[in-house]
Design a protein around this ligand. Structure first.
Ligand code: HEC
Ligand code: HEC
Ligand code: HEC
Length: 340
């Protein structure tokens, strides 16, 4: 059977077959995009032929998302970390679709290859909301991770895991933010939990405002890497102030961890620890949860802050990152120097 015939066969077959049978029947040897296009026949009824989404089915635009983000979300649906909640009708609809993909056959990477080959959609703004009020929220609560321009941290590797928002439909942005807030999304995985912090306690009105603002960013050119952050100033530490067992080299390593993708501390505490709406200032001598001594800093970075005193969202153990004990001690050394 030629490629074309296989595609035809699969298309007509879809009408009467379950997805599971379909993917089994379409299991071909064609790699990458071509095979992905066939598999996509099973996605297009909900996500649209162009991958731009269908509101009537609650299926968002997936064209325009990055490969790493698509793979990560499909993996979450498959593992039950997304589409797990009884109120999440859309997630529950998507979950069986993800499970019909056969990993051994490379279905996930093939369909992702195809989706990223589609043109990036530019959905219209339909939601009501005060974009001006939303801009303030966005700048304070969202821009650290998704970028001032909403492109996300699109480095192609799983670093900050914050996706681009520019291709998304406004109804989907609103419903996603509500799901994160209400625990219907993001409870069982580190990246999702990171996203829950900024929206915890947000009213529907604030969510609509921030969505309206995101939609004003839709027409920027996309897929262009954001400019790199300015270099960090050299860390000048007096070794005399350091507690036993802590070195200047550790604090210097910690500076990179804190202000970069390894530790992502800056996404909440802001660069060089100045503090923001999501997390406290670490450069002053006010401590909310600890006494500020070195060991207390190490402990709180290890355990996280499940119930913050003043801030809306949680800090996860080791900030939800795969930090080693040595890296925790290094980043804590840096935090220790900030207020001294
Ligand atoms: C029966 C309808 C349906 C089909 C078929 C379907 N999806 Fe979905 N998909 C959804 C819905 C609904 C959502 C939104 C879930 C939510 O709101 O959390 C979704 C969400 C997604 C997401 C997450 C998007 C994001 O921005 O986080 C991805 C990725 C995805 N689908 C990929 C696929 C792929 C690939 C296929 C084909 C193998 C597919 N879907 C087939 C309904 C469907
Ligand atoms: C600390 C970093 C961080 C902050 C701050 C943050 N986000 Fe996110 N955001 C993420 C991560 C990580 C994900 C992916 C989570 C997942 O995999 O479920 C995400 C996902 C999302 C999604 C879902 C995208 C999709 O395709 O399904 C939307 C919408 C979103 N963020 C909007 C916002 C808005 C609006 C704000 C401000 C109110 C915000 N984010 C603040 C890190 C962040
Ligand atoms: C998702 C946001 C977020 C990230 C990422 C994050 N933190 Fe936090 N951090 C918080 C919150 C919230 C608190 C508690 C504030 C409160 O109690 O009101 C906190 C508290 C702290 C404290 C104690 C401050 C005090 O006054 O009690 C330290 C130290 C700290 N964080 C260090 C770090 C380090 C180091 C990293 C990176 C490895 C990091 N944080 C990453 C949100 C975050």
């Amino acid at each position: 059977m030629t490629r074309f015939q296989t595609g035809q066969f699969c298309r007509s077959f879809r009408v009467s077959a379950t997805l599971l049978v379909l993917t089994a029947a379409c299991r071909g040897s064609e790699p990458g995009v071509v095979r992905g296009e066939m598999i996509f026949d099973a996605c297009s009824p909900c996500h649209g032929d162009d991958g731009a989404g269908k509101q009537s089915l609650g299926a968002p635009a997936i064209a325009g998302a990055s490969d790493w983000y698509l793979s990560a979300q499909l993996a979450k649906f498959r593992a039950g970390q997304r589409g797990y909640h009884h109120t999440d009708a859309e997630g529950l609809r998507m979950r069986p679709m993800s499970r019909a993909l056969i990993e051994d056959k490379g279905d996930v990477s093939s369909v992702v290859d195809y989706v990223v080959s589609l043109p990036i959609p530019d959905p219209p703004a339909t939601a009501e909301g005060d974009a001006e009020a939303g801009e303030e929220e966005y700048t304070a609560l969202c821009s650290n991770c998704h970028g001032g321009d909403g492109r996300g941290v699109d480095t192609g590797v799983l670093e900050l895991n914050a996706p681009s928002l520019l291709h998304l439909n406004d109804w989907y942005i609103t419903s996603s933010l509500q799901k994160y807030r209400d625990g219907a999304r993001g409870v069982g995985d580190a990246a999702g939990a990171t996203m829950r912090a900024p929206v915890s306690g947000m009213s529907d009105e604030r969510i609509e405002n921030v969505t309206a603002y995101v939609m004003t960013m839709q027409r920027l050119p996309r897929k262009i890497a954001a400019p790199p952050a300015p270099p960090l100033p050299p860390l000048d530490v007096d070794p005399a102030i350091l507690p036993e067992g802590v070195t200047v080299a550790m604090a210097q390593e910690g500076q990179e961890i804190f202000n970069g993708a390894v530790g992502i501390c800056f996404t909440c505490h802001l660069r060089e620890g100045g503090g923001g709406p999501l997390a406290p200032d670490l450069t002053d001598d006010v401590w909310l949860n600890i006494d500020g001594e070195y060991e207390s800093i190490v402990n709180i970075v290890m355990t996280g802050v499940p119930q913050p005193v003043e801030h809306p969202g949680q800090m996860q153990p080791r900030a939800g990152r795969p930090l080693t004990d040595e890296q925790v001690r290094a980043v804590s050394a840096y935090v220790f120097t900030l207020s001294r």
